[in-house]
Design a protein around this ligand. Structure first.
Ligand code: SPV
Ligand code: MG
Length: 295
């Protein structure tokens, strides 16, 4: 059963599954647990939301070790496979190899790297002005990553930013094919359009050469069956738990500040017992009864 597979093998099975699969963003331990309880089969370690939860920008302002430290908590809080958004791999091929080494030590299932330049900027900010990585250099990075992983099931997803940065379909397809040939386990094709037209055209031309991953943040109104019919393999819901939390926290903070009382908001926030449950407090109490018997 899936329970006996390693997390890397579970994630690889999602990439290669005959049906459309979904992973959901998490950015800390408690959100990772919430993703698992909702029924998802995997977690997206979003660069955007991991940065944001630290209060910094999606420009590699958080160091890679700070990202990996948070992933460690996420992997402890959930049994799900985690795909890290590894941005550009935090440097050259050698930095990327070391990242993979540290991710494997923490049972992270895979990493996605995008063909931009370190330090990156989020694709939805001034996308047209973002320079792309040299194709050969990026292929070397993918090859170095594949050669360095110790678990054959660890996945490297290569993200093509050619559509984001205005280079067009031919360049996107040329790059995706080069990354596939270099050993990438899947291609992530990203778009910032509000309609899925260019994603669907890419999927048609790609024709299943390797698993295809998408992030429909901007073309959110597209019915999911459209992705299914297009032969997409994996959809990433990339930032929605953080975005759900933001208006909730803003409203409660404003209201308590203005009213100087908790009486109106008590019923609209999670009970403290729900925090305890998500933390696994019951296991601690049971362990204390079993192991801690003061004389
Ligand atoms: C992320 O979640 O950090 C992503 C997806 O990379 S996007 O923000 O759309 O670039
Ligand atoms: Mg990102």
């Amino acid at each position: 059963s899936a329970q006996t597979l390693s997390r890397a093998a579970q994630f690889r099975a999602l990439l290669t599954s005959p049906q459309l699969e979904f992973i959901m963003e998490a950015h800390n331990g408690v959100s990772a647990r919430i993703v698992e309880e909702a029924g998802f089969k995997g977690i997206w370690g979003s660069g955007l939301t991991l940065s944001a939860q630290y209060g910094v920008r999606d420009n590699n302002e958080a160091s890679w070790t700070q990202v990996v430290d948070m992933l460690d908590f996420m992997a402890d809080a959930s049994k799900l496979p985690i795909l890290l958004d590894g941005d550009t791999g935090y440097g050259n091929f050698n930095n990327f190899r070391r990242l993979i080494h540290k991710l494997e030590q923490r049972s992270i299932a895979g990493v996605c790297i995008e063909d931009k330049i370190f330090p990156k900027t989020n694709s939805f900010i001034d996308g047209e002005r973002q320079p792309l990585a040299d194709v050969d250099e990026f292929c070397g990075k993918i090859k170095a990553g594949k050669d360095s992983q110790s678990d054959p099931d660890f996945s490297i997803v290569a993200r093509v930013e050619a559509l984001i940065s205005g280079w067009g379909m031919d360049e996107a397809l040329r790059r995706a094919e080069a990354y596939r040939a270099a050993g990438a386990d899947a291609i992530l094709i990203h778009s910032k359009r509000s309609k899925p037209d260019e994603i669907l055209e890419f999927a048609k031309e790609w024709a299943g050469r390797s698993p295809l991953v998408i992030v429909p943040t901007k073309y959110y109104s597209t019915p999911t069956d459209v992705f299914r019919r297009a032969g997409i393999n994996l959809v990433i819901w990339a930032n929605h738990l953080l975005r759900a939390a933001i208006p909730a926290m803003q409203a409660v903070a404003r209201e308590i500040h203005a009213s100087e009382t908790l009486v109106e908001i008590e019923d609209r926030v999670a009970p403290v017992d729900e925090i305890f449950r998500l933390q696994g407090a019951a296991e601690y109490s049971a362990a204390e009864r079993r192991y801690f018997a003061p004389s």
